[in-house]
Design a protein around this ligand. Sequence first.
Ligand code: SAM
Length: 229
Amino acid sequence: MKLNEVVLWGRTAKEYESMFSLSEADLNCRILGCGDGPASFNAEMTSLGHSVTSIDPIYQFSTEQIRQRVQETYETVISQVKQNSHSYVWKNFRDANELGQARLAGMKRFLLDYEGGQAEQRYQCQSLPSLELADGQFELCLCSHLLFLYSEQLSLDFHIASVTELLRVAQEIRIFPLLGLDGDKSPYLEPIIKKLASKGFEAQIQSVAYEFQKGGNQMLKISRQQSVI
Ligand SMILES: C[S@@+](CC[C@H](N)C(=O)[O-])C[C@H]1O[C@@H](n2cnc3c(N)ncnc32)[C@H](O)[C@@H]1O
C-alpha cells in the first residue's frame, strides 16, 4: 500500500453512533472497527471505557507519516466537497469549512491516541479480505466508508470474501453507506444480500439518522445467527 494514494479521512464517534444507530448495549459489545483509518471512534470509545479494536492497512505507517498525509488529503477533500456541495446534506455541518474543522479535530484525537493504541493492539495493521483474528472474537463489526462505497475499485468477489471473513470474526456486521462514490446505490448490494440469504444469513437494510451523501441514510445489518429453516 502506498500512503500517498490513500484518501485519509476519519469520522468521529458521534458520526459512527449515528451512521450505525448504536445503542448503549451496542457500545458495550466487543467492537471491531474495519477500515477505521484516522477516525477518532476508537480513541473516544476507549476513553469512555468501551472495547474497540480497529484494523486498517494504514496502521503500518508512523504517526508522523499519517499526520502528513491527513494534512495533504485535507485540502483536496475540502475543495472537492465545496465544488460538489449540492451532493451533500448540510444538517449536521453548516458548510465545508465547519465539516473540515470537525474532521480535523477528530483526526488529531486519533493521532494522539495512535501510538498508545498500537501498544495495546487496539490499532492493528490488517487488511480485508483475510484477517488474522480468531473466530467469533468480536460481537459487533462496524465498517464505515469502505465496502460498497468503493464499488468501482473493489470487486464483487472482494466484497463477498470480505463480508464472509467479517462474519467469521464477528457475530454481527453493520456496513455504511450503501452508496458508491458516485452517490448511486452500490451494484453489489442486491447480489450480496442474495448470496448471504443462500447461506442462511439474515441481512437487513435499515434507515439511520445520519445522512451526508444525499440519499446515504441506510446501513446493511448482517447477523451470523443463521435462520432456522
Ligand atoms: C474513507 S476511509 C474511512 C475511514 C473510517 N472508517 C471513517 O469512516 O471515518 C477508508 C479506509 O479503508 C481503509 N482500507 C482500504 N483498503 C482496506 C482493506 N483491504 N481492509 C481494511 N481497510 C482498508 C483505508 O486505509 C481507509 O483508512
